[in-house]
Design a protein around this ligand. Sequence first.
Ligand code: S3P
Length: 455
Amino acid sequence: MSAAPGQPQPLCLTTTRPLSGDVTVPGDKSISHRSLMLGALAVGETRVTGLLEGEDVLATAAAMRAMGADISRNDAGEWRIHGVGVGGLLQPQTALDMGNSGTSTRLLMGLVASHPITATFVGDASLSSRPMGRVITPLAQMGATISATPGPDIKGLGRQTLPLTLTGACPAIPLRYTLPVASAQVKSAILLAGLNTPGDTTVIEPIPTRDHSERMLAGFGARLTVETAPEGRIITIHGEAELKPQTIVVPGDPSSAAFPMVAALIVPGSDIIIRNVGINPTRAGLIAVLQAMGGDITLLNQRDVGGEPVADLHVRHSALMGIEVPPDGAPSMIDEYPILFVAAACAQGRTVCHGLEELRVKESDRIAVMAEGLMACGIACEELADGLIVAGQGGDAVPGGATINARLDHRIAMCFAVLGLNARRPVRIDDARPIQTSFPTFVPMMQQLGATADH
Ligand code: S3P
């Protein structure tokens, strides 16, 4: 991209031919964050390949360095982390700048909560409007002292926001906590706080969410149990753990793979392969929904990479049909709803999605912003309190011809760039810079598949 730093970088993707080729997507964002955090708490050298080198993960790396970890990257792209040991985090000397990253913020708040240090968390305008009460409430019960910026209340959990300052408790108080929202970030914050807390810390999740923290904590040698009970998944971590360094291979991010996947489904004649994509069942809900809409997606070479299931995805253009999307699958595809709405806009008939209250507190209010952008592109939709109904027009009937305000939300920017590939008139994104947070290779990868990028 050619615009000067600090200036908005518009983007418009178009194509006059089918998408084709064989691509990879960057490493999984959730696993990348956790690799750096757990590596920074292990004693010895953790090695990570396939780490997502996007701005969100780099914010986590900078924060872990500021708290004492030695983190480097060699020319071959391998990351090495020398950890400080559980209990060994140092007081950061300046505020931790979390940029756009909710995952960095909430998980690191958990880590700091059980160390005898004080950290101030700051972020960009999008992150500074997101609710932190959901982590402040349980971490305060564990003994942490938190002073946050007030905002409106959400679900009785308070709407405290960044900037905030957190002083950890040492020793912290073990907690048994039932999640009031289906959030892997809240679950993970409590489990990470539990790492340096004497005794057992338990999280009960009535609705299962992504389980990377559980898998990786166990992989690093923490004593962790998971039971399935009528009230939900009961996850218990035994504190004052000693973590052993690991060698981690990060699989491709299914949330990033979703963009070329939908692009290939909606551009006539397309036929692509996306290699090495994580298909953890707590993340892969979109694939089954797109298949139910008639999407031609085949999982090839299913295998296990470093404790995570992985496959190559073969995706071909398909005549999609609108469906009612089962709301119980929402946590397994929560980040993928915006791109599902794009697929729905190109499908024949209505797609109805419920159970998506959490979409309103992501990097933007993704229900409102998607509805507004789709309508600007000539797609009828109805915004619901907890979801969206998209009236698909089928085939290549998307009128397009709009400029979309991406509102500092990487996924909104990528969604409308993809929609533009199948619109009669170009769809322009006002500012594509947020894409750098999660998918720095998005534009070159789409060009590799045959799209033309106009900045
Ligand atoms: C994430 C959990 C999800 C997801 C986010 C990454 C994680 O957030 O939206 O992009 O790595 O734990 P919530 O847990 O708040 O739903």
